[in-house]
Design a protein around this ligand. Structure first.
Ligand code: HEM
Length: 463
């Protein structure tokens, strides 16, 4: 840890902040637009501000220098300890996303090889095959003319991809049960977090029973997959096989079934709705920006010449990747990163007290005029401006977080999203349904409201 010394802490300023949001306002319902609220706080009180939410005190860190301090330079001082993580632990146990300290480090080292670039490249074929199946179902949809939820479409697809990558055999039969269970768990997580209702789901109410039942359904699928993979000869180069075989470099130990279950549940869920959300925003933004869509189509035609994309095309599909990067800049799925300070620290000259909850929002960093020209505009071309990129601080773009706790699946997600977008945009140009106003809905992730109803149109049929 590189914590501030006592003298530095005493010399630093106390952060200021707005008047508190009362407990009553909180209990009444979900928070108002967090981007507007945080932007106003940051504008008035600077890069490090303190505010009260109900009974809790929070420190909002809103510039790249502060994000670097919290996520990287002094990462060991900022742990994942908050009621939100306690809730998530009820789902993921002590998996990579929710664990801390030495245990997290050991698990991260064991899991890391499964995400090496060559492994991900090898999964490219499964990713493109899954997208090609969706393309077949969109053929039928395209002639019906009705609207579908693009978020639901992308969720089914990314759940399949992560299932294929994790388990090799795919989750075709289990996907529906898992999807349904995840819906229940996800809805309840969002409701509980919004209302700050952190009581464990142990009551004999229908609501709590639904939570427990959904969690049991997930565990059953995961446990049977682990048991199947442990059978002699069943290992097949998928993520789960790699996690089963991984050995700690120091003591040679392997993961127990309980640890495997936690990691698999974590990756199954951390790894599908995030990518589905990024893709849903991307489709909606493309529908709103015909010029960007035209450039995307031109790149796909030039690079692919009508064939299905492969992992080897990734480097060539530069505009496709820029579209996704720009979409995640405007609408980072994980819009809120939460930490707790273990000891007093100084961030950008302001005191962060031991025990404070620290809030970092990629939304604020990604929309800051300090780092981005026309920050609210969708401009994929900005990702080709090498000079602007050189000047921009690393922590100005953090859809995957940063520092040691950066998303382990970031390369996986980029490969997957590029291949899915390329496969489907080659043939289809989804339109926003008439009367639908695109806007965010802040849940565990920030997704397009109402699942973004869109009409699947074939590209060739458009004028
Ligand atoms: C577009 C897709 C994705 C986005 C936007 C995303 C975003 C993030 C972010 C922001 C974090 C850091 C959270 C924090 O610091 O508090 C994170 C961590 C994590 N993500 Fe992702 N993620 C994506 C895809 C994936 C995929 C595909 C997987 C797995 C297959 C995955 C697995 C994880 C895990 C296990 C962690 C915890 C890592 C650790 O703490 O060591 N994510 N993700």
């Amino acid at each position: 840890m590189t914590c501030a010394t006592r003298v530095e802490f005493e010399a630093a300023e106390e952060p200021t902040g707005p008047s508190p949001v009362s407990l009553w306002q909180l209990l009444r319902g979900p928070r108002a637009d967090p981007l507007a609220r945080w932007t106003a706080i940051a504008r008035e009180h600077g890069a490090v501000a303190r505010y009260r939410l109900g009974l809790g005190r929070r420190t909002l860190v809103s510039n790249a220098e502060g994000a670097k301090r919290v996520l990287q330079e002094n990462a060991a001082n900022y742990v994942k300890q908050h009621a939100t993580y306690s809730l998530l632990r009820r789902l993921f146990g002590n998996g990579l996303f929710t664990s801390n300290g030495d245990f997290w480090l050991r698990q991260r080292r064991l899991a890391q090889p499964a995400f090496h670039r060559e492994r991900i490249t090898a999964m490219g074929e499964q990713m493109a095959a899954a997208a090609a199946d969706t393309a077949r179902s969109w053929e039928a949809r395209a002639s019906s003319g009705g609207a579908v939820s693009i978020f639901d479409e992308m969720t089914v697809l990314t759940l399949r991809v992560v299932g294929d990558a994790l388990f090799g055999s795919g989750l075709a039969e289990e996907a529906a049960a898992l999807g349904k269970a995840w819906d229940t768990l996800n809805n309840q997580l969002a409701e509980r977090a919004a209302r700050m209702w952190f009581v464990p789901p142990v009551l004999p109410t229908r609501y709590d029973r639904d939570f427990r039942r959904a969690r049991k359904a997930v565990n059953e699928v995961v446990d049977s997959m682990i048991a199947a993979k442990r059978r002699p000869g069943a290992a097949s180069g998928d993520l789960l096989s790699m996690l089963i075989e991984a050995r700690d470099a120091d003591d040679g130990t392997q993961m127990t079934d309980a640890q495997l279950r936690d990691e698999v549940r974590t990756m199954l869920f951390a790894g599908h709705e995030t990518t589905a959300t990024a893709l849903s925003w991307t489709w909606a933004l493309l529908a709103q920006h015909p010029e960007a869509e035209r450039k995307l189509h031109a790149e796909l035609d030039r690079v692919l010449q009508g064939r299905t994309p492969r992992a080897a095309d990734f480097m060539e599909l530069r505009f496709t990747k820029a579209v996704l990067e720009e979409s995640m800049r405007l609408h980072p799925p994980a819009y809120l990163l939460i930490r707790r300070a273990v000891a007093d620290d100084v961030v950008c000259g302001k005191r962060v007290r031991k025990g404070s909850v620290v809030i970092l929002s990629p939304l604020l960093l990604h929309r800051s005029p300090l780092y981005w020209e026309k920050p609210d505009d969708f401009v994929p071309e900005r990702w080709f401006d090498a000079e602007a990129e050189r000047k921009r601080p690393r922590f100005a773009w953090v859809p995957f977080g940063g520092g040691p706790r950066q998303c382990i699946g970031n390369s996986f997600a980029m490969m997957e999203a590029v291949l899915i977008l390329a496969t489907l945009a080659q043939r289809f140009a989804p339109r926003l349904a008439d009367g639908y106003a695109l806007r965010p809905e802040y849940r565990v992730l920030a997704r397009p409201a109402e699942g973004a109803p869109m009409v699947i149109e074939k590209r060739a049929t458009r004028s």
